[in-house]
Design a protein around this ligand. Structure first.
Ligand SMILES: [Zn+2]
Length: 91
């Protein structure tokens, strides 16, 4: 699990913009990310602990836990939209 910071998520989002993977919602905070070119599919999970945000991906770099991969960068875009919708719904 890697803590999400402003710096590392920006890098991940930029990489995702270049790769443009397909993101599918499994459930809130759980996303399936597919590379359209290779067909490789990974699962990204977001966790919130004491107001700190963490991300987990089952790809190789995600497993190493050194940096946020582009799967996380792609999934967070969908996650933010979903989270906003949920906030609006409960408000
Ligand atoms: Zn990944």
């Amino acid at each position: 699990m890697i803590e999400i910071t402003k710096t590392n998520i920006e890098k991940a989002i930029n990489k995702a913009r270049q790769t443009k993977p397909f993101v599918k919602v499994i459930e809130f905070r759980l996303y399936s990310v597919t590379n359209k070119t290779t067909g490789a599919n990974y699962t990204v999970k977001f966790t919130k602990i004491n107001n700190r945000k963490f991300a987990q991906c089952d790809c190789k770099s995600g497993q190493q836990g050194k940096f946020l991969c582009y799967h996380v960068g792609a999934a967070i875009g969908v996650h933010i939209v979903l989270a906003e919708q949920m906030n609006t719904a409960t408000a």
